[in-house]
Design a protein around this ligand. Structure first.
Ligand code: PLP
Length: 395
């Protein structure tokens, strides 16, 4: 059982593409393309501003998308802020929540974070005198939950690592954060493509993710935050549609989520993301998770059998997402990816925007295979055929 048939790019004529780069951008199913096309051809207009029928239809479609995304996360639609992506969402939190912090307050991230969840906090530290602490990772590339400093005000961590595939022990982090009165932000960029997220059950305060990794268009993402936080946080960007009123003396912001959506939002992207979430919510995730993990197991077992390969990340399947990064006898990841491309295998090579993680493992980069619900055994077969050639040529 796979869902490959729903993805036109993967079914185009010609040799098979073994698309193992879903962690960078996932492919888009017909149902999302249809929703975007329907909007663009039936109700394209700006949202909120107009009273003509197209503007009303666009506003309705945009509001529906917010509901669909909220349902995927089991939260209220008023708490969903559409952004430009996961990076945009974390920057919004850093700027806006950051203004509520004082010099000497501390933020905890980890050594495995994507740069999107490090640099905005470094920038905040430069602006405001807060301190950024790094939780260590263990030899399998998992965050080690440590005693937090009592000055910690926020813990910002990846729900799933984009390099090691490790799934965070959210319960342990939330318990420790609660003990010191800190908020928790999860970067869900690598988690939302693998099924609905029950945010209330996680007990976190912020959740960020990107549309394009969740089978939707580029240029859209989401920041979810508890209503009380969105109320307390000042706006980040100023402009149209984020105000209740403006005078020559100043302005009064609108209520959330409008307060955080200055200017024309990514309307068709949000509609695509809503359609993606609605579709994903109908799928059998027990079966998909088992399928993705079985393929991940094939990758791990096969890689273990190749001389010179080191997998950076958990060696087993427990608390693991289908993301597998490896080193092949110090061969350059770009060379590996190029050879694999000749076999129709799309991989990613480099530091994956996680330089502190790679520094920890004393590597400049790794080669990464990241799977999604449309991957099949034939993709893994192609991967190992390509890898055999890469090994022969490069080592
Ligand atoms: N966080 C993680 C864990 C990621 O994997 C990525 C992208 O690879 C991002 C954040 C940034 O996402 P975007 O570039 O879509 O904003």
């Amino acid at each position: 059982m796979t869902l490959r048939r729903h993805f036109p790019l993967l079914n185009r004529p010609g040799p098979r593409i073994a698309y193992l780069d879903s962690g960078a951008t996932a492919q888009t199913p017909d149902i999302v393309l249809d929703a975007v096309r329907k909007f663009e051809t039936h109700s394209r207009a700006n949202v909120k501003r107009g009273v003509h029928r197209l503007a009303e239809a666009a506003t309705e479609a945009y509001a529906k998308a917010r509901e669909q995304v909220a349902a995927y996360l089991s939260v209220s639609a008023d708490e969903i802020v559409f952004t430009s992506g996961c990076t945009g969402a974390i920057n919004l939190a850093a700027h806006s929540f950051g203004t509520l912090l004082k010099p000497g307050d501390e933020i905890a991230v980890s050594e495995l974070e994507h740069h999107s969840n490090i640099v905005p906090w470094h920038m905040l530290a430069t602006r405001s005198g807060v301190k950024v602490n790094f939780l260590p990772i263990d030899g399998e590339g998992r965050v080690v939950v440590q005693t937090l400093s009592p000055r910690t005000k926020l813990v910002a961590l990846a729900h799933v690592s984009n390099v090691t595939g490790a799934v965070l022990d959210v319960a342990a982090i939330v318990a420790e954060a609660k003990r010191v009165g800190a908020r928790v932000l999860l970067d869900g960029a690598q988690r939302t493509p693998h099924g609905p997220v029950d945010i209330p059950a996680l007990g976190v305060d912020f959740y960020a993710f990107s549309g394009h990794k969740t089978f939707a268009p580029h240029g859209v993402g989401v920041l979810w935050a508890k209503a009380e936080l969105l109320d307390a946080m000042p706006p980040f960007l100023g402009g149209g549609e984020m105000i209740a009123s403006v005078t020559t003396q100043g302005f009064t912001p609108a209520k959330a989520p409008a307060k955080f959506e200055a200017g024309t939002p990514p309307i068709s992207g949000a509609i695509g993301l809503g359609a993606a979430c609605a579709w994903l919510a109908t799928l059998d995730w027990a079966a998909i998770a088992a399928h993705e993990l079985r393929l991940t197991g094939r990758l791990l077992d096969g890689l273990r059998a190749v001389d010179g390969v080191t997998v950076i990340g958990p060696q087993g399947l427990q608390c693991r997402a289908p993301v597998v990064s490896f080193d092949l006898a110090d061969a350059h990841p770009h060379d590996i990816c190029q050879i694999m491309d000749r076999h129709g295998v799309a991989l990613r090579g480099g530091h994956h925007c996680a330089q502190p993680l790679h520094a920890k493992f004393d590597l400049a980069g790794t080669t990464r295979a990241s799977l999604a619900l449309y991957c099949e055994d034939a993709d893994i077969d192609l991967f190992f055929a390509g890898l055999a050639e890469a090994k022969r040529v490069l080592t």
